[in-house]
Design a binder for this molecule. Structure first.
Ligand SMILES: Cc1cc2nc3c(=O)[nH]c(=O)nc-3n(C[C@H](O)[C@H](O)[C@H](O)COP(=O)(O)OP(=O)(O)OC[C@H]3O[C@@H](n4cnc5c(N)ncnc54)[C@H](O)[C@@H]3O)c2cc1C
Length: 298
């Protein structure tokens, strides 16, 4: 770890959460690091790990609800270069690259694998950690390996070494640097049509307000989480500026100034009502970062 390099890395004390997540809830974290290259990224990661700072890596922050009352440092991948290259049909992508950029690159080369994922506002790192999927396409479908930093060591692990399941993986406490994908060829028009159809469905069914996508996972052997919440007549219910979307009950939106508590209390209300009415325990898909809660990053 290089202490001088830490001092050179962009750091914002008391960074506002609205600059870090798509929920943009009120409040601040203790501070956020914005490394501009891989050397700085690895160095900050080693620094935060070595001194046991409470911290989280953030890509686009599109699946995170952060409690502003918890001490927390952030390692953001926002200012890193986005790199995509292809050699012998293997696509290599840096973890900070957006899924839409990967789709765009692939579609020009008639490569299929990202067109249904392109509407997810995720970085490749966040998408792999969460096993992002949409319309029957998953980031793991074409993944072959990832380059990571694990306990201070850079290594490459193959897809077979990763335990991945519905919207989750066992990739905890590691930093994803890049990923390799093996993609198949498909007609450009078909790729474009798939992309357009998926985007149309998103536009029709999902709110365009500040949110984190689906709040709850769909319970196994059951109707969708959204249908259960809707049947509890919770659609449109609000706590201050946090509201259960009128368009889709599995989305909680921030109408402008919602706090962590406003959103969290709505999550709790949904869980309680659905359990009372249907006996179904809803499990959060959104990752809640709070030291005050049992099931959180801390
Ligand atoms: C409008 C909207 C629609 C959505 N639709 C979908 C959908 O269709 N399907 C779906 O699966 N999800 C969906 N999501 C949820 C979200 O986009 C995904 O969970 C996505 O994978 C998160 O990516 P991110 O880059 O924003 O990660 P973040 O939210 O920043 O982080 C998510 C997790 O990944 C970790 N992480 C991020 N980068 C790295 C890295 N480089 N190394 C190690 N760990 C890292 C973080 O620590 C955190 O644990 C949606 C969200 C929104 C707002």
């Amino acid at each position: 770890m290089d202490k001088e390099l830490i001092l050179k890395t962009k750091f914002v004390l008391d960074e506002e959460i609205k600059n870090l997540t798509t929920y943009k809830n009120a409040g601040t974290v203790s501070g956020a690091f914005y490394p501009k290259n891989q050397k700085e990224l690895i160095n900050v990661y080693k620094f935060l790990t070595k001194y046991h700072f409470p911290f989280i890596i953030i890509g686009n922050g599109s699946n995170l609800l952060i409690d502003d009352k918890s001490p927390l440092f952030v390692l953001s991948t926002k200012c890193l270069e986005h790199k995509i290259s292809i050699k012998n049909n293997i696509l290599s992508v840096s973890s900070s690259t957006n899924l839409y950029e990967v789709y765009n690159f692939c579609s020009k080369k008639s490569l299929t694998g990202f067109e249904k994922l392109a509407g997810i506002p995720a970085t490749v790192g966040g998408a792999i950690k969460n096993n992002a999927s949409a319309f029957g396409q998953s980031i793991f479908d074409c993944l072959t390996s990832i380059k990571i930093v694990d306990r201070g060591k850079i290594k490459t692990i193959s897809k077979d070494e990763i335990n991945y399941f519905y919207h989750g993986t066992n990739l905890k406490n590691i930093l994803i640097l890049s990923a390799n994908f093996q993609l198949k060829h498909l007609n450009k028009c078909e790729i474009l049509n798939n992309y357009i159809n998926c985007m149309k469905i998103r536009k029709q069914n999902q709110p365009s307000f500040l949110c984190c996508g689906s709040v709850f996972k769909n319970p196994p052997n059951c109707k969708s989480a959204g249908v259960l919440i809707e049947r509890c007549r919770l659609k449109g219910i609000a706590i201050n500026d946090a509201q259960i979307s009128q368009k889709h009950a599995n989305f909680i939106v921030n109408n402008c100034n919602a706090s962590f508590d406003d959103i969290y209390n709505l999550i709790t209300l949904c869980k309680r009502k659905v359990f009372f009415k249907f006996g179904v325990k809803l499990e959060e898909e959104v990752e809640i970062i709070s030291k005050n809660l049992k099931k959180s990053h801390f």
